[in-house]
Design a protein around this ligand. Structure first.
Ligand code: F1P
Length: 346
């Protein structure tokens, strides 16, 4: 993450032209963003929607490339197509990018980890993540670096669309603190190892989040299914009462992503519903979130988020660690999960 941010974030904000001189005209004309990606990269796109809409006030839609490539989408004028991919070779994402000219996009931007990949060669603008080689099939550092790159992109668009310079500087400072916040989150590992023991004989788990933390919950549940083969689902916590609450009993672990923020009280009342039904709550909360009363038959782990903006990236780390340690305890192959390929090129 530090490498991905480095050289693009100065003491006074996102440096001009992080995409190169040729990007200026494209980004100046951008009035909307459409994001396409698959799997983990799709979850990164969902987080970016919250950031871009809040900071730059541009409309953002996010779609899995495997669906998007087969439908006739209506593209509003001056929309930028953003493709996110660790490998840069995912067949559906590449096919969707290749359709972009026919569909009338303003241009294309790819966020990718492999400079020589097809997506990077074919996109107009490129923002490279610097995650290094991803050895395991399940994306982990690719995800956090994609989010770091998307955070830079959101700040760049915000700057161009009238964000107050003082607010912009505040957000840049928060982003600069991110590598340290991640190091702190990694220190939770011993506590997460203990927590993981509870999952060894579980068949199912629910993940809950609100706002930009709903996609983080999605990613946490995907990691758990991919590498430990436990059936896991993620929901925006407000949707609990529209169906998934029927699944909750004392055998169902419910993992909640609960940083401070405007939606925390709403989330707390959603978690009360789980508690009332005997569900086992595992809450990742900010220091001062006042979640202790919630976990009389569960666990609260404190994560120092470093601020609302970077919190989705920081809160991802304990969820990745949880999936990893559950998989290790269950004896599955963490790097080569069954039935999955690193790069889906067909
Ligand atoms: C997309 C993806 C990964 C996942 C797995 C299969 O790849 O769904 O997120 O971990 O490796 O492919 P990419 O387009 O980000 O390379």
């Amino acid at each position: 993450v530090a490498d991905t941010l480095e050289a693009r974030l100065g003491p006074h904000g996102v440096l001009p032209n992080i995409f190169g001189i040729e990007s200026d005209e494209l980004l100046r004309r951008t009035r909307g963003v459409h994001i396409i990606a698959c799997g983990t990269s799709y979850h990164a796109g969902l987080v970016a929607k919250y950031w871009i809409e809040e900071f730059a006030h541009l409309p953002v839609s996010v779609e899995v490339a495997s669906e998007y490539r087969y439908r006739e989408a209506v593209v509003p004028p001056d929309t930028l197509l953003v493709a996110i991919s660790q490998s840069g070779e995912t067949a559906d994402t590449l096919a969707a990018l290749r359709e972009s000219t026919r569909r009338g996009y303003l241009g294309t931007l790819v966020i990718c980890n492999v400079p020589e990949s097809s997506l990077v060669r074919e996109a107009d603008l490129k923002l490279m993540t610097r995650a290094g080689p991803e050895i395991g099939v399940a994306s982990t550092k690719a995800f956090t670096t994609q989010l770091a790159a998307l955070a830079l992109f959101a700040l760049e668009l915000a700057q161009r669309n009238g964000m107050d310079p003082a607010r912009h500087a505040e957000l840049c400072a928060e982003l600069q603190h991110l590598p340290r916040a991640i190091e702190d989150a990694l220190k939770l590992e011993p506590a997460i190892v203990e927590l993981a023991a509870e999952f060894i004989h579980r068949q199912h788990a629910l993940f809950l989040g609100r706002g930009a933390h709903y996609p983080v919950a999605l990613e946490g549940s995907l990691k758990l299914k991919e590498i430990s083969y436990i059936h896991a689902e993620a929901y925006p916590a407000g949707e609990l009462k529209h169906g998934p609450l029927a699944l909750v009993d004392e055998k169902m672990p419910v993992v909640a992503v609960a940083p401070n923020g405007p939606l925390l009280d709403k989330l707390k009342s959603n978690l009360q519903e789980v508690r009332a039904r005997g569900g086992r709550l595992i809450v990742f909360a900010d220091g001062a979130a006042g979640m202790d009363d919630m976990t009389d038959h569960g666990t609260t782990l404190r994560v120092a988020s470093g601020g609302n903006f970077i919190a989705p990236i920081v809160f991802t780390v304990p969820l990745q660690l949880l999936a990893y340690h559950v998989a290790v305890l269950r004896g599955t192959d963490v790097d080569q999960p069954r039935n999955l390929a690193k790069s889906v090129t067909v």
